[in-house]
Write a protein that binds this ligand. Structure first.
Ligand code: GLN
Length: 540
C-alpha cells in the first residue's frame, strides 16, 4: 500500500511550501524510502509554459518535456524520485481531460460535476503516479495556493476523499502556516488557528503543522497552537527563517524529529536516517572561501524566481569550487543604453567588477542588444562567459556583428529582414501555430567534440540535457563563422543541430542550446556550471 502526504498552505502564499514538501521528501529518502513528488496547481492554464516568468517564475522542464511550475525544480534539487508530466497536475489539465471524456460520451448521459468527476480525475492522476512502478513508498502531494482560495477547493476536496478512503494510517495532511511577529516582538498564533479552522471546514484535520516563524517556537506557543487546532503537541513544528541556505531546511526538520513523527503516524518502520549528504553539504557551505561576482545579464531581473534553477545551479557550483558566488543581477536594457559597458561591468564599473558573465534563456526582443554588449565585453576582456539557450544565440550574434563585421547579424526571432540571420527558426517550427507545448522540449542527446570545454566538463562524449527553444544556430553559417576563434563544440547525434559554441582564443567561453541548470543539485552541481565557476575563480 502506498502512503500519501498532502501538503497544503494557509495564511498567505510564499511561505516556502515547495521547500517544506521537498524537505519532507529528502528526510524520507534519507531513511531509504522511495518518494515521488506531485504538484497540484490550481490555475486554469494547462501548464506553466505559456505564462510569463514575471507572473509565475521560471518554467521548469522535465526530461519528457513537460513545462511545469518551478516547484518541480525544488523537488528535483532535494529528492531523487523521477519527475515527468504526470507529476504536475493543473486545473487546466484536469478540466481538459474531463471535458474530452464528456465529448466522447464516456459519462453515459450523466450530469458531469466537480464532485465526483473533477475530484475523481485528480485522484486518478495522483494514484497513477503512485502506481507508475512497484517501488514507490510515499507520494507527497503539494497543493498550490492557500486554503480558502476558490481555485484550490477541488484539490483539497480530492485530498479529503483520499484521506478518508485510504485511512489515516495511509494518508495524512501536513499544513504550513505563518506565525507573524507584531510590534514588540510578540508572536501571534491566531492566523494559524483560523487557517486550521478553514482546513477543518474543508473536512480535513491536519495531522502535522509546520509553522513559519522568525524564530523557533517555544513549547508554550506550540502547546497553545496544539490546543486550538486538535494537532498533537509533538506534531507542531517550526520552520524558522534561515540565514544560510534553504538546503538546511531538511536538517532543521530532522533536528525536530519531523520524519519520526510522520513515520509513526503512518505506521512505517524504517532504518536509521542517513543525513550525511546534507550535513557534508552544509560543511562545504561553511568552508567556502572568497567570493566571485557573476553578472547575470537578462531581462527578468526584478523577480528572483524567474531564473530560479539558474541561480541555484550557480550556488551549487560555488559549493563545489569552495567559493561564494555573488549574484549581480544586471538588466540588459540598462546595458543597451550605455555607451561604454566597461563603466558598468569593469573593475571600476558601477556593478563593481564582474568576474564572469552568464546570459540565461529568454524570449522576445527587449534587452537583446544589451546582452550582445555583455557577451562582447566578456570576449574582448577575456572574462569567462556561460550562455544558455538564448545566451548561445547572443554569443553567435556577437560573433557575427563584432568579429565578422556583419552589423545586421541577428536571430530571426528579433529581425525578419537581417541579411545575416545567424540564428533562425528550427525547421520543425516553421508551421507551428499554437504556443503551448510546441517548442523543442525535453531531454535529448548531445555529442561533444574532442578538445572542447564542454567535453572536459562532462567527461563524456554523449550527454543528455533538456531543451526548450524554437530557434537554433543557422546551419548555412557553419563554415563562414568558424575556424576563426569560434568553435562548434557539440551537435545532435545526427549532426543536424549545433548544441554548443565556444571561443577558442579565450579562457572559458561556452554557450549551449540546452538548459543544464535543470539538472543541477546541491550535492552534485551541473558540470558546466561547476567548470564555469572554476574558470572564473582561476581567472580572477
Ligand atoms: N527565444 C529563444 C528560442 O526560442 C531562446 C529560448 C530559451 O532561451 N529558452 O529559441
Amino acid at each position: 500500500m502506498n502512503k500519501f502526504i498532502f501538503v497544503s498552505g494557509g495564511v498567505c502564499s510564499s511561505l516556502g511550501k515547495g521547500v517544506a514538501a521537498s524537505s519532507i521528501g529528502a528526510l524520507l529518502e534519507s531513511r531509504g524510502l522511495n518518494v515521488r513528488m506531485v504538484k497540484c496547481d490550481p490555475y486554469i492554464n494547462v501548464d506553466a509554459g505559456t505564462m510569463s516568468p514575471y507572473q509565475h517564475g521560471e518554467v521548469y522542464v522535465t526530461d519528457d518535456g513537460a513545462e511545469t511550475d518551478l516547484d518541480l525544480g525544488n523537488y528535483a534539487r532535494f529528492t531523487k524520485g523521477r519527475l515527468s508530466k504526470a507529476n504536475s497536475i493543473t486545473t487546466g489539465q484536469v478540466y481538459e481531460a474531463v471535458i474530452r471524456k464528456e465529448r466522447e460520451g464516456q459519462f453515459l448521459g450523466r450530469c458531469v460535476q466537480v464532485i465526483p468527476h473533477i475530484t475523481d480525475e485528480i485522484k486518478n492522476r495522483i494514484l497513477a503516479v503512485a502506481k507508475e512502478d512497484n517501488e514507490t513508498d510515499v507520494v507527497i502531494i503539494e497543493i498550490g495556493g492557500t486554503v480558502g482560495d476558490i481555485e484550490s477547493i477541488p484539490f483539497l476536496e480530492a485530498a479529503r476523499q483520499m484521506i478518508h478512503e485510504c485511512g489515516k494510517i495511509n494518508a495524512i495532511s501536513v499544513h504550513l502556516t505563518l506565525i507573524p511577529e507584531v510590534a514588540g516582538g510578540e508572536l501571534k498564533t491566531k492566523p494559524t488557528q483560523h487557517s486550521v479552522k478553514s482546513m477543518q471546514e474543508m473536512g480535513i484535520q491536519p495531522d502535522i503543522l509546520i509553522c513559519r516563524s522568525p524564530v523557533m517556537l517555544d513549547e508554550a506557543t506550540r502547546r497553545k497552537i496544539a490546543l486550538f487546532t486538535n494537532v498533537d503537541l509533538d506534531a507542531v513544528f517550526t520552520s524558522p527563517n534561515i540565514d544560510t541556505t534553504i538546503y538546511k531546511v531538511p536538517i532543521v526538520f530532522f533536528d525536530q524529529k519531523l520524519d519520526q513523527v510522520i513515520l509513526k503516524k503512518m505506521g512505517v518502520e524504517s532504518r536509521h536516517a542517513d543525513m550525511r549528504p546534507w550535513q557534508s553539504m552544509m560543511e562545504r557551505f561553511a568552508a567556502r572561501q572568497g567570493k566571485v561576482r557573476i553578472g547575470v545579464v537578462g531581462k527578468y531581473m526584478e523577480l528572483h524566481d524567474a531564473y530560479k534553477s539558474l541561480y541555484e545551479a550557480l550556488f551549487h557550483a560555488g559549493l563545489e569550487n569552495g567559493v561564494e558566488v555573488e549574484l549581480v543581477k544586471i538588466d540588459s536594457s540598462g546595458l543597451e543604453e550605455s555607451e561604454n559597458v566597461d563603466n558598468i561591468l569593469g573593475t571600476a564599473g558601477s556593478a563593481g567588477g564582474i568576474d564572469g558573465i552568464l546570459v540565461p534563456g529568454g524570449f522576445g526582443q527587449r534587452g537583446i542588444n544589451g546582452m550582445v554588449k555583455a557577451a562582447c565585453w566578456a570576449r574582448v576582456n577575456k572574462v569567462p562567459y556561460l550562455g544558455i539557450c538564448l545566451g548561445m544565440h547572443i554569443m553567435v550574434i556577437d560573433w557575427g556583428r563584432n568579429v565578422l563585421n556583419w552589423s545586421d547579424a541577428d536571430s530571426t526571432e528579433f529581425s525578419q529582414d537581417s541579411k545575416h540571420p545567424v540564428v533562425s527558426l528550427l525547421e520543425e517550427q516553421v508551421n507551428v501555430k499554437n504556443y503551448g507545448g510546441t517548442m523543442r522540449l525535453g531531454a535529448s542527446e548531445t555529442v561533444n567534440e574532442d578538445g572542447t570545454h564542454i567535453l572536459a566538463a562532462y567527461g563524456e562524449k554523449r550527454i543528455w540535457e533538456r531543451h526548450r527553444h524554437r530557434y537554433e544556430f543557422t546551419n548555412q553559417y557553419r563554415e563562414e563563422m568558424t575556424g576563426t576563434g569560434l568553435k562548434l563544440a557539440a551537435f545532435t547525434p545526427d549532426g543536424a543541430l549545433v548544441e554548443c559554441v565556444e571561443w577558442t582564443d579565450h579562457p572559458w567561453g561556452v554557450a549551449v542550446q540546452f538548459h543544464p541548470e535543470f539538472k543541477s543539485k546541491p550535492t552534485a552541481a551541473s558540470p558546466l556550471f561547476r567548470d564555469f565557476i572554476a574558470a572564473v575563480k582561476k581567472n580572477k
